[in-house]
Design a protein around this ligand. Structure first.
Ligand code: SF4
Ligand code: SF4
Length: 239
């Protein structure tokens, strides 16, 4: 049986840190109603749930909060905050828990995907020329075999297109045919679009890693390319 935790003299420093970064987190407004916990897919994993977490934060159990691996099983689905009568922002609380972990100790899968995106422009590490080749190959096959799409426009880095659209990098590697349904819809509605060749991966593992710096770098590269090379007025984030 675990020993009771002494809460006398504890200063809720982590709560103060989160409220400083997220003034709308509403941590002190929790009614302990449990609505968040009832709908949370991560409830009871690692003997934790969102209501319990908020109580621990308010009580100042900072050491336990910093150690719990539960920070990495919350899916950040936001179901809790949407259901919460007091709008306690548990996903942003969890984000700050993650940010408190030493970077090298964060889960390897998410860490590797974030780092790969920073290096290669997408989490799967697809070289840009392979991405372009796959896109053109799949598009050509559809244009040649389905008369309804013989004029379908699919491009990478076409300057002046109205929409710049990103793409989850798993499809070009594992299921290239799955690229096509979106193209067909865009063709059917007459959309003027292109993929960018820079930071074209739509996934965002740096968000899940709580790596603000990596996340910012990816977005800045992406936005710079769109603004200065392609000059597309609208970006569509498909993820
Ligand atoms: S739903 Fe909101 S108010 Fe209710 S226990 Fe969860 S965080 Fe607290
Ligand atoms: S965001 Fe996290 S805590 Fe909230 S419902 Fe989803 S998994 Fe649970």
């Amino acid at each position: 049986m675990s020993l009771p935790i002494e809460i006398n003299d504890m200063e809720p420093e982590f709560k103060a840190l989160v409220l400083d970064r997220v003034p709308t987190a509403n941590l002190d407004l929790c009614l302990t109603c449990g609505t968040c916990t009832a709908g949370c897919p991560a409830s009871e994993l690692f003997e934790m749930d969102p209501r319990k977490l908020v109580r621990m934060v308010v009580l100042g159990l900072d050491e336990e909060i910093a150690k719990t691996p539960w920070a990495w099983v919350c899916t950040m689905c936001t179901r809790c905050v949407n259901a919460c009568p007091m709008k306690v922002d548990i996903p942003k609380l969890v984000y700050n828990m993650r940010a408190g972990w030493p970077r090298e100790k964060r889960p390897k899968g998410i860490l590797g995907s974030c780092d790969m995106h920073i290096r290669a422009g997408n989490a799967m590490g697809v070289p840009t020329e392979d991405f372009i080749w796959t896109v053109e190959d799949v598009a050509e096959e559809i244009q040649m075999t389905d008369p309804r799409f013989k004029d379908m426009q699919v491009s990478v880095d076409r300057p002046g297109a109205y929409y710049a659209i990103n793409q989850n990098s798993r499809e070009p590697v594992t299921e290239p045919d799955e690229l096509a349904p979106l193209w067909k819809i865009l063709h059917a509605v007459g959309a003027d679009w292109t993929y960018p060749s820079v930071m074209w991966g739509g996934e965002n593992y740096c968000l899940f890693l709580a790596d603000d710096e990596g996340w910012r770098y990816i977005l800045e590269e992406f936005v710079y390319h769109i603004d200065n090379t392609l000059k597309c007025p609208v970006v569509v984030n498909t993820e």
